[in-house]
Structures are given as C-alpha cells and as structure tokens.
Design a protein around this ligand. Sequence first.
Ligand code: 5GP
Ligand code: ZN
Length: 114
Amino acid sequence: MNPDCIFCKIVRGEAPAAILYQDEQAVAFKDIAARAPVHVLIVPRLHIPSAAEVTEEHAALIGHLIAVAAQVAREQGIAQTGYRLVTNVGREGGQEIFHLHWHLLGGRQLRSLG
Ligand code: 5GP
Ligand code: ZN
C-alpha cells in the first residue's frame, strides 16, 4: 500500500472506479479516459511500481493477472475479435501511474505498433 497511489486507493475501495472484476489478488476497472470502446485496467492489489520491479516471486501473480484480463475480455465480448494487452514502463514508455497495470484495449481496429 502506497498512500499516495490512486490505484492503491481504488483497490482498497477508498477512491471510486467502475469495477468489472475483483478477487483477493486482482482488480479490473474501466479506464477513466477510455481510448477504445473497451478500455479496462487490470491491476494487482499489491503495489508494484511497474513491470520493471517484477521478480520471479511474482510469477504466479502475473499469470493470474493475464488470466483475469482474458476473462474480462470474454465478458466484454472482445475475445473473438481480438484485443491488446499492454503495460507501459517508465517515462518514455508512457507510464503515468506507477502501480503495475495492464491496459485491456479492444472493440475497434487497433493500429500496428510499428
Ligand atoms: P499509464 O499511462 O500509467 O500506462 O496508464 C494510466 C491509465 O490510468 C491512463 O490510461 C489513465 O486514463 C488512467 N487513470 C488515471 N487516473 C485514473 C483514475 O483515477 N481512475 C481510473 N479509472 N483510471 C485512471
Ligand atoms: Zn499502488
């Protein structure tokens, strides 16, 4: 728990969010500034600043987060058409919130990263 972290507040129920899924380890909620018809953030309850701080000890947790993302994608109706699952790391990676999260984006054709 980082008292200054907005995602820590959301997972603790201390800040509002449109939560789509939650369990003991993970929470999925709608991005406040959606950039696609489906734009969901999947976060661990544990405060890890970014993927750069992930260690082997987090392996099961990371696998769980990906499975949660796949389940939310099915529930949101984008599993068949496809989607993007992305985590930004650091300033040049475009990271704004330093609590590990995956963006689940879908519901429209996403441009190639190239
Ligand atoms: P990043 O740039 O760190 O990869 O992504 C952070 C994401 O969090 C952005 O897409 C931004 O719109 C979203 N975001 C920032 N603050 C809040 C908030 O208070 N609530 C929700 N639901 N999303 C937020
Ligand atoms: Zn946090």
